[in-house]
Design a protein around this ligand. Sequence first.
Ligand SMILES: N[C@@H](CCC(=O)N[C@@H](CS)C(=O)NCC(=O)O)C(=O)O
Length: 203
Amino acid sequence: MKLIGSLASPFVRKVRIVLAEKKLDYEFVLEDVWSPDTTISQSNPLGKVPCLVMEDGGAMFDSRVIVEYLDTMSPVGKLIPQGGRERASIKVWEALADGVAEAGILVRLERTQRAAERQSDDWVERQLGKVRNGMASMAQALGDHPFCAGKQFSLADVAVGSALGWISFRFPDIDWRAEHESLARLFDKLSERPSFRDTVPLA
Ligand SMILES: N[C@@H](CCC(=O)N[C@@H](CS)C(=O)NCC(=O)O)C(=O)O
């Protein structure tokens, strides 16, 4: 199978980390979705990465669907519990982490893709509020636990680590490490895993 993605996207990173943790083989195809020449819409009509293209040519998106599928492909390193409240809790962690990254992306797009006179400070502040609240909520829920879901590494940690890594990459002025010691501790631990080390965001 083929993963279409970029080296900067937190959602692509989430999928790459899951592929590595599950020890699944794939071909990584770089795509600049912002280039006028991009062909991404041939695979994903929404024009976004990540997009997983399977052996039969079928395409799968978005990252939450892809990681859920990948987790069923091998019993190695199960990342999402089978069902019930435990499963929902991991998916809420993922929604929260993805939401932090999404809000950060909206800020970045406002600042980089819009003419200065059309940019809205209120809009930027609204999105930054989501980033701040999301991080505070993650830090509180993590507390002293070794991992997001308690004792075991899961998709929640993959999503949180990807979102935090991207915030540090694109917003070095947001000092979340100083404010949220528990997140900094988790992030440092996750960053030692080969799956995280090999997917550090790059421009
Ligand atoms: N919810 C989607 C978000 C994907 C997404 O927003 N990807 C960005 C890169 S970080 C993208 O391709 N943006 C292009 C666009 O919005 O046109 C997912 O989880 O896969």
